[in-house]
Design a protein around this ligand. Structure first.
Ligand code: ZN
Length: 64
């Protein structure tokens, strides 16, 4: 089973996606921005989470 969550890099605070159980998962993934190794308990693939950068700025409410 794969799972994913979102969080900031512990070093540079950039928004990241953490994906477990996908191809390319590593026990010592690196932040794509600052290249700090991120400690994980299970193989994880880390990538920049561009989709959430907009949450950092004021935006219109979503039309739900
Ligand atoms: Zn970083």
């Amino acid at each position: 089973m794969s799972s994913a969550w979102f969080g900031p890099c512990p070093h540079c605070n950039v928004s990241l996606s953490y994906l477990q159980g996908v191809s390319g998962s590593k026990m010592n993934p690196q932040c794509p921005r600052c290249h700090t190794v991120i400690a994980v308990t299970r193989p994880t693939f880390v990538k920049a989470d561009h989709s959430r950068l907009s949450l950092m700025k004021p935006t219109r409410p979503m039309p739900y």
